[in-house]
Design a protein around this ligand. Structure first.
Ligand SMILES: [Zn+2]
Length: 315
């Protein structure tokens, strides 16, 4: 073969290889994009089935909690007489991790507890603090009014307090002025109880519409993992549901108004830590991954550590 022919042949081969590589790259990027799209649409679908069902069970749950609280209160009254005031509240109950900067390269997850505070909140706080972990509690007006001191208790544990409205109404189904009072009256109540400033909102049932987004001048935090504790009220299935769906950067929905949720948390917190997760508040989660929370927008999860690293690289 002549020298020029060989050169031509080599050129031909390299161009073919480059072309094949480019086609493979395009195909795999496309597949990856579709997979990502599938994951996202799966999350959306799961969220759509929740509200209608949950509306039905909530009223019954409310009555159950009232009865449990009443029983607990009569028990407490009997105990209180024999317990010294100083012994009741252990001093310095701060989360070990509070104030320590969150490492964005570590796996992060934000547990959230709705519909409280209740008689179960303190036990969940103890489980969090003894594991150097934090969470966010979205509190509802009628339960704050009964026990406003529980707001401070949550803050003292290094956890975040969020707003879950005054009366747990579907905000997408009421007037503008009703939305305003549901959201801002409850924020005022929380402010008075010690949770200062503008607070993140969790809309009841995760329901919003364009009017809600316009009226609510706060970031709205929904979830990407539904523990379904509200439906099953069973610790084992609550644990299983979270284990199956938790991923780096996700927000988990739970409720601190069920005994079964306390039992689930007992198992979940150590398991998540074993998997390498750090349990942070919602604000810490978004701040660590550099995603700004904007007023009137709805959030369900944030970037994973890998996506965060990509973002930094491409900035
Ligand atoms: Zn709720």
């Amino acid at each position: 073969m002549r020298k020029t022919d060989r050169k031509k042949l080599l050129w031909g081969i390299s161009i073919s290889i480059a072309a094949v590589a480019a086609v493979i790259a395009v195909i795999s990027l496309h597949a990856r994009g579709e997979r990502f799209g599938e994951i996202r649409s799966g999350i959306e679908e799961a969220l759509d089935t929740l509200p209608k069902e949950y509306k039905d069970v909530l009223a019954a749950d409310h009555e159950l909690l009232e009865a449990a609280e009443a029983a607990e209160k009569s028990k407490d009254n009997a105990v209180a007489e024999s317990v010294d005031e100083a012994e009741k509240e252990p001093a310095g109950r701060l989360a070990g991790g509070a104030g320590v900067p969150v490492d964005p390269t570590q796996k992060l997850v934000a547990l959230t507890f709705d519909d409280g505070p209740s008689m179960y909140t303190e036990e969940i706080l103890d489980l969090l603090t003894s594991n150097d972990s934090r969470a966010t509690f979205f509190m509802v007006g009628y339960n704050i009014e009964k026990h406003p001191e529980r707001v401070k208790m949550v803050l003292d544990a290094g956890c975040e307090v969020g707003n879950h409205t005054s009366g747990h109404k579907d905000l997408s189904d009421i007037s503008r002025s009703a939305i305003e009072s549901e959201v801002y009256d409850n924020e005022r109540l929380l402010n008075e109880a010690g949770a200062e400033g503008e607070l993140l909102l969790r809309p009841p049932y995760g329901l919003t519409n364009d009017t809600v987004k316009e009226v609510v001048k706060r970031p709205m935090i929904n979830w990407s993992v539904d523990s379904r504790d509200w439906k099953t009220k069973d610790a084992a299935s609550t644990v299983a549901e979270v284990k199956k769906n938790v991923r780096d950067g996700r927000v988990v929905l739970m409720h601190d108004i069920y005994k079964s949720t306390v039992e689930a948390v007992k198992e979940l917190i150590p398991w998540l830590k074993e998997q390498g997760y750090r349990l942070v508040t919602v604000s810490e989660l978004y701040e660590a991954r550099g995603e700004e929370l904007k007023d009137g927008h709805v959030y369900r999860y944030t970037y994973s550590a890998a996506e965060y690293a990509d973002n930094i690289k491409n900035r």
